[in-house]
Design a protein around this ligand. Sequence first.
Ligand code: DUC
Ligand code: ZN
Ligand code: ZN
Ligand code: ZN
Length: 484
Amino acid sequence: MPLLIRGGTVVNHDHSRRADVLVDGESIVAVGSSISAPTGADIIDAGGCFVIPGGIDPHTHLEMPFMGTVTADDFESGTKAALSGGTTMVVDFCLPDPGQSMLAAYQDWRHKSEKAAADYGFHMAVTSWSKQIYDEMETVVKTYGINTFKHFMAYKGALMVNDDELYNSFARCAHLGAMPVVHAENGDVVALMQEALIARGVTGPEGHAYSRPPEVEGEATNRAIMIADMTGTPVYIVHTSCREAHEAIARARAAGKRVYGEPLIQHLLLDAREYENKDWDHSAQRVMSPPFRDKSHQDSLWAGLQSGSLQVVATDHCAFTTAQKRFGRDDFRKIPNGTGGLEDRLALLWTAGVATGRLTKEEFVAVTSANIARILNIFPRKGAVAVGSDADLVVWDPKATKTISAKRQMSKIDYNVFEGFSCTGGPALTLSRGRIVWKDGNLRAEAGDGHYVERPAFSPVHVANSTWKELTAPRAVERGAVTP
Ligand code: DUC
Ligand code: ZN
Ligand code: ZN
Ligand code: ZN
């Protein structure tokens, strides 16, 4: 049955206007003023509300084995949390076990994600370099519809890749029309600082933050950008948390490089004082990498979102229960790294961004949905309120209020790092591919309702970065031919 959303203000990343939205099946079939309702259409009154594209969270870790345990939210609880906050798609990190092939890891992730309630896609992690990985990357891009490969510059001895591995993998990405995604922290320096702290008897969660100062992130961000540029690939830096990293990204963009930066809602709103809490659980619950920063860094991140030098707000949703966090009771290095946020990202960003005047509502749509869809090559199927786009829509009520509490959340963990935050603005109704999945505070989506979204390779034009254009011909040929 067709569905007409009437009387709202449609907000896209580039403009807003009063318009009705007609949905038929899974798609938007009309956007315009005073659309007359087809016979039998359901009518939704959006008066006083904004009609925005469903949020996309490009950074989640659902049911992921990590640091000796497994993240607590799986594809069912994670995507239900997403939907109840107005996020209609997540992009999760497929992480091969040590020695596991990418192809087997992909099958594992497809299996785990069968119970997703919202649409989802994957990034694929590259955690070492070999002929097998070189070959498998082609299948990942061409057959599985994954155009992004994740690299960890931290987690030495586990997931970390070195500069030669980064160069080879980035070059392979450039050749395949894929884009590297990078966790940028200098893992060698982190490991040294961790050891030094432990040797001095610093074993609590504050040691986690001391061992990962902003310089560690700024250096690695700069290095990732330079290596990407040498191979002629764009690069996407995840969880940009500090001024040093933002400045490296802004500098690269000003030089014409396609570099993207992704602050998390956590870093925008929470700061390093969280680790001074006398309650060990409180501090450990907030251990993530990169850690929360001194408050002064937040202004830089907000400025980046305002100016466009940072493009995305994500969550890195990587939720562990308090019991799991206690694995690191005697040694901060064993506290599983990660925090949640999937459920609250939109309402928190609206409250701290739009309601305060830091962001326009169009910028809000850009950083929570449209920019992400464009960067990940699924626009305008996702990320737009436009004819032909998937009907992933949120009727956003700017007057809705909510106080965040773990007691009322969909996420399976027993706390919320935003406990007690009051939000203004929230989803009144959410559609996922044309189905009502959230209405009047009730979730109507079921496990299995989500679809896997393939993301095609980028066009060759996308990989023409500034430095690469200046490279000599032999060097340019070499670029795509790094065979292990
Ligand atoms: N950081 C986290 O806090 N958790 C998951 C992985 C990461 O890089
Ligand atoms: Zn299966
Ligand atoms: Zn990371
Ligand atoms: Zn992550």
